[in-house]
Design a protein around this ligand. Structure first.
Ligand code: NAD
Length: 243
């Protein structure tokens, strides 16, 4: 049987890394990307090889259209196209909107939203040609409710949710499912900004009493990638009951 392929953006650590390893365990060829942290990405590649898996490492800034074109040149040099796209790479900005510069704003929207447009646009032609495919967007509960001091981040994730719902309708006739996971607080380096006290206070706010694990997000990503061909356009909450 033909080996399935997946691109996971932002796979050098956190949720992306957990997803990359989970796909590798299932026998997928995994294209792993991040914009920096070459050593971290290389160590994820080594972990995949240790699992007996195959993978290709692609350093690229996916907020840039031309860099994404380069990513897909690599992909098309190695396979016909992707079976699964996981738009995971993301950055956060915590602070008042009035303190944000244009560059801060562009960077959040570029990394969290435009990247999903660039990567989806490049993935779709192959998926349409084989009438099969999955696009999974890693969103946030703040895209649903909005968070004070995370206005740009919330806007980018709301945009990602809108992209998910609309693209799902556009691609459903081609048997391509597009869904998003609206994560709550997940225990990754993205949350390393919190002090011990802040972390404890935040944990107490989560009805489940703890942060989620990157592996728990990866479990859901794999479920969406492998199953549920009648489910599309959904924003699925994974937040321990937070919202
Ligand atoms: P993380 O900071 O641990 O990892 C982010 C990854 O994205 C890294 O590999 C980084 O190199 C990569 N990245 C950042 N900018 C990039 C760019 N321009 N081009 C390519 N790669 C880039 O973050 P995480 O917690 O694993 O978050 C992953 C996704 O989950 C993000 O979209 C984030 O918004 C979302 N999310 C996280 C949480 C959380 O609590 N951790 C909650 C909700 C949603």
């Amino acid at each position: 049987m033909k080996q399935k392929t997946v691109l996971v953006t932002g796979a050098s650590r956190g949720i992306g890394k957990a997803c990359a390893l989970a796909f590798a365990r299932l026998g997928y060829h995994v294209f792993i990307n991040s914009h920096s942290s070459s050593d971290a990405l290389e160590s994820v590649q080594k972990m995949i090889y240790d699992l007996g898996g195959t993978c290709t490492r692609i350093l690229a800034d996916i907020s840039s259209s031309s860099e994404v074109s380069r990513v897909f040149e690599v992909i098309s040099s190695e396979c016909d196209g992707l079976d699964v796209l996981v738009n995971n790479a993301g950055i956060s900005y915590i602070g008042l909107l009035t303190d944000m510069t244009d560059d801060d704003w562009d960077s959040i929207i570029g990394t969290n939203l435009s990247s999903a447009f660039y990567c989806s646009r490049a993935s779709i032609p192959h998926m349409v040609s084989v009438k099969s495919g999955k696009i999974i967007n890693i969103s946030s509960m703040w895209g649903t409710t909005g968070a004070s001091c995370e206005v740009a981040y919330s806007a980018s994730k709301s945009g990602l949710n809108g992209l998910t719902k609309a693209l799902a309708k556009e691609l459903a006739p081609s048997n391509i499912q597009v869904n998003a996971i609206a994560c709550g607080v997940i225990d990754t380096e993205m949350n390393a900004v919190f002090s011990d006290e802040e972390r404890q206070a935040l944990e107490e706010e989560v009805p489940s009493g703890r942060f989620g694990l990157p592996e728990e997000v990866a479990d859901l990503v794999i479920d969406l990638a492998e199953n549920h061909s009648y489910m599309t356009g959904q924003i699925i909450g994974l937040d321990g009951g937070f919202i």
